[in-house]
Each structure stands twice: as structure tokens, then as C-alpha cells.
Design a protein around this ligand. Sequence first.
Ligand SMILES: [Zn+2]
Length: 246
Amino acid sequence: MFFPLKTKQPTEPSLPQVVRRASCPRCRSEVPESAKACGTCGFSLSLCEAIFPFEAPPLSLIVDPSRVVPPGIEKHLARPYKALRKRIPQVDICFCFVQLQHGYSVEEFAFWLFNTAPGADHSRAWSLLVTVDLLSGQLSLTSGYALEPFLVPESWEASLQELAACVGDGQWNEGLAGFLRDSRDLLSSACYVARRHAQAHQYAQSEAPGTSEDFQEVTSPVRPSCIPPEQKEHDQPAKEPITTGA
Ligand SMILES: [Zn+2]
């Protein structure tokens, strides 16, 4: 069953809310990479596995368990996806579209999927997952631990909101291709910072991804390791509950 997102109407200023995940998907506290559970709220992967007692699908460019994405869309995305991988071969990206039942958190779902999807162990550290809950209209950006410190959430917000708006309008090709193009530049910046950081700390070069081009086009200052405290807006107008008939 396909459920349409809100459409991009001129009189409807509220875009789907972009959910940021800095560390703990539940309480946003910073959690050490090695910690088994959040020290503040107790959230953990095993708790997540109890919430989502399914077998996670493997990560791929499009993860679409509910079959809501128009078939054959990968063909339309081949060019921007190839361009992204060519620029930054080590970083992979995937999109997951789901319809979560009321009360389930897209951030927790994304955390669960990212960490339990089979077959991605070696690449997960540098992977990026964009999860879209088509029912709530919320998005979550999840990245591997190696990449996360170098992603600046504010830099991604406009691209995520544009993606959400396009998906809401049913413009899947435009939204996803545009996001892939944006990601190429944003990830280039992130990887540039990551590589500089690795060099500064004399890590093995293989720890940090390079890009296939010089970084001369990267002009925007990127601040590493300064993910700001969550600025969740509590004053959003209450939305009409969505009924699906399901
Ligand atoms: Zn927590």
C-alpha cells in the first residue's frame, strides 16, 4: 500500500521534520563508540532488536521493504550514483523507505537497520543511510562511526528537506538524484576533513577515505567533531493524525 506524503503546497510551510542523530538515537547523549548502551537512557542495540524483531534487509542503494518506490528507479539514479562513487569510492550511501507504525521512532529504526543489516561489516564505518518514514514524514541521517564525526548536520539539512519535499510530491527521481548530487559535495567535504584529521593523527592512510579528485573545489569551512546539541523543535504545530486504513 502506498501512502502519500504531504504535498509541497505553497500555503503549507511545514516541511517534514528532519531528525538528526548525533549519538544516542533516543536521548541524543554522546555515547562512546565502544559503549554497549547509552549511559544516560540505557538505549542499546539489543533493546532495538527487541523493538524490531525482524531480519534486517541488506543495505543497497534503495531499501524498499514495503515496495513504495516506483520500480526501476535505480536505473534513473545510475548516473548520479556512479558520479558519487567515482568521487568518493570508499563511502557508500543507501536510502530506506518505510512506513512505521505510530509510536515507533525513525531514528531508532535507522539505528537498528544500519547496525544489523547483513553483509556490510567492512563498509559500515564509512556508510551513510538516509531513512525516510513515509507515514510520519520524518527523515533520519545515519552514518558509520568513522564518518559521523565529520558530518556537519546543518550542511545536510537543506538537502534532506528538499528530498523530503520531492518524495512528498511523488518526485522520486528528482528528489533522489538531487540528493545524490548534493551528497557528492557534502561527502567530499567530510572526507577531506577526515583525511586531514587522519594525517594529523598519523593514522594509517587507509583509515580515511580519499576522493578521486583534488579538493580544490572544497571551499566551505567544515568543523570536525562539533555536532551541536540537538535543537529539536517542540513547538511544531500538532499534525492531524494520519489514518491509513491499515
Ligand atoms: Zn540515550
